[in-house]
Design a protein around this ligand. Structure first.
Ligand code: CUA
Length: 151
């Protein structure tokens, strides 16, 4: 029957759409949060690389910042990098979900306990960049900020 054929076709199209969306979300890692790497939030201090948070030079013009977020601060604090260098942030949270937003850039990431967030940015213009937590994380949330100085 004709109606049954059309129902079968539209159902088939729907399934194809769902498969495509599901594939894009999971296989391509487009779903938030975008990183599948996990970590035990109770053992952040004992887990590499978060046992040694800090900034290190990893290439000619490239830096790595290993950072932990916790209520209500960023470790390390007050980072300094040269202008034009690529900076790779590797972050996790030690307690609840925090945000990592750098004012004046398009960097705006969620940092969740149990997950490793990786994000890279090149600061072309020197200056003081304000880093804010943009996820409500408790009574000190509005105090949670730091700066990145680009020289
Ligand atoms: Cu951390 Cu809000």
């Amino acid at each position: 029957r004709l109606e049954e054929m059309w129902i079968a076709i539209s159902t088939g199209i729907l399934i194809i759409f769902m498969v495509v969306v599901g594939y894009q979300t999971f296989a391509l890692g487009m779903g938030p949060p975008s990183n599948k790497e996990t970590i035990d939030p109770q053992k952040v201090d004992q887990t590499e690389p978060f046992d040694e948070p800090g900034i290190s030079k990893i290439g000619d013009n490239e830096y790595e910042v290993v950072m932990t977020l916790q209520a209500f601060g960023f470790t390390p604090n007050n980072i300094e990098v040269p202008a034009g260098a690529k900076v790779n942030f590797i972050m996790t949270s030690k307690d609840v979900t925090h945000g990592f937003q750098i004012a004046g850039t398009n960097i705006n990431a969620m940092v969740m306990p149990g997950h490793i967030q990786k994000i890279s940015h090149t600061f072309d213009k020197p200056g003081e960049y304000l880093v804010l937590c943009n996820e409500y994380c408790g009574t000190g949330h509005q105090l949670m900020s730091t700066t990145i100085t680009v020289k």
